[in-house]
Write a protein that binds this ligand. Structure first.
Ligand code: ATP
Length: 254
């Protein structure tokens, strides 16, 4: 298998075992460049394990994967340079200021020092945090900290952004603003790979892969998944389709 030009991510028969336990069971999927791609599944279904393999920090036990054209097994370091990653916990130093957090991540991502000033200004502008750049991060509202974490993940101008449950614990308005931001980034050509437990926001994804017990149980647009899984229920939601797929019950009228 070789990566093609319009694919940001290409995965074939990817597997991860921990001893005899199969956490990710030979999954295959593709993500187009600039796509907003949703990776959904219940707790323990293998989402984070897959993300860790795609980010080059966990070695698969079998299968292949290419991220931004780089082999996740033989080129994990180049993969890391091409991606941004934001976790549920935002990974910020709460006792540092936004300015100091950004300064820290410029070093982590190996951004060349002659670009620091320009990237710092760019990120403070993008995240609308210029006015509070010298306040303590822990004093900022969750939505602002979320923007800061997202900005830090973008400092090295990655081609692909991995967002692992980025909206956990933030209110619905902040979530909506966050999604406006995500769409803006995708519009600029950045590929978005996102996991979420909120089905209302998964509807914003152009394509979704649903995972259960390490296996792919659905892969399509949200609309097509709903139509296929709940064919007799025109009012069905993605939530209904998700529950039907995870419990093995057909999406019939109750
Ligand atoms: N290092 C490890 N050693 C053994 N088992 C592991 C290890 N990492 C993950 N697992 C197991 O693999 C399975 C998949 O875990 P994973 O964290 O990928 O799920 P997830 O879909 O991301 O769940 P969540 O939504 O709760 O984050 C779980 O049963 C987990 O206990």
């Amino acid at each position: 298998m070789t990566p093609s030009n319009d694919k940001a991510i290409l995965v074939r028969n990817l597997e991860k075992r921990f001893g005899s336990f199969v956490a990710v069971d030979r999954i295959s999927f593709e993500v187009r460049k600039g796509e907003i791609f949703g990776f959904l599944g219940p707790n323990g279904s293998g989402k984070s394990t897959t993300i860790r393999m795609l980010c080059g920090i966990l070695t698969p036990t079998a299968g292949e994967g290419y991220v931004a054209g780089h082999d996740i097994v033989s080129q994990p370091e180049t993969v890391k340079q091409a991606i941004g990653y934001m976790s549920q916990r935002f990974s910020l130093y709460e006792d540092l200021t936004p300015y100091e957090n950004i300064r820290f991540y410029l070093g982590v991502y190996n951004v060349s020092p002659d670009k620091w000033k320009e990237r710092m200004a760019w990120v403070l502008e993008l995240t609308r945090l210029k006015e509070v750049r010298n306040a303590l991060t822990r004093t900022l509202p969750p939505g602002w900290r979320q923007r800061l974490a997202l900005g830090c993940a973008l400092l090295h101008a990655p081609e692909i952004l991995f967002l692992d449950e980025p909206t956990s614990g933030v209110d619905p308005i902040t979530r909506r603003h966050f999604w406006d931001f995500i769409r803006q980034l995708a519009g600029e050509g950045i590929t978005i790979f996102i996991t979420t437990h909120y089905m209302d926001e998964a509807r914003y994804c152009e394509k979704i892969v649903m995972l259960n017990e390490g296996r792919i149980v659905a892969a399509d647009s949200p609309e097509n998944i709903i139509r296929t899984i709940c064919p007799e229920r025109p009012e069905a939601t993605l939530d209904d389709a998700f529950v039907a797929l995870m419990t093995g019950k057909k999406g019939k009228p109750s």
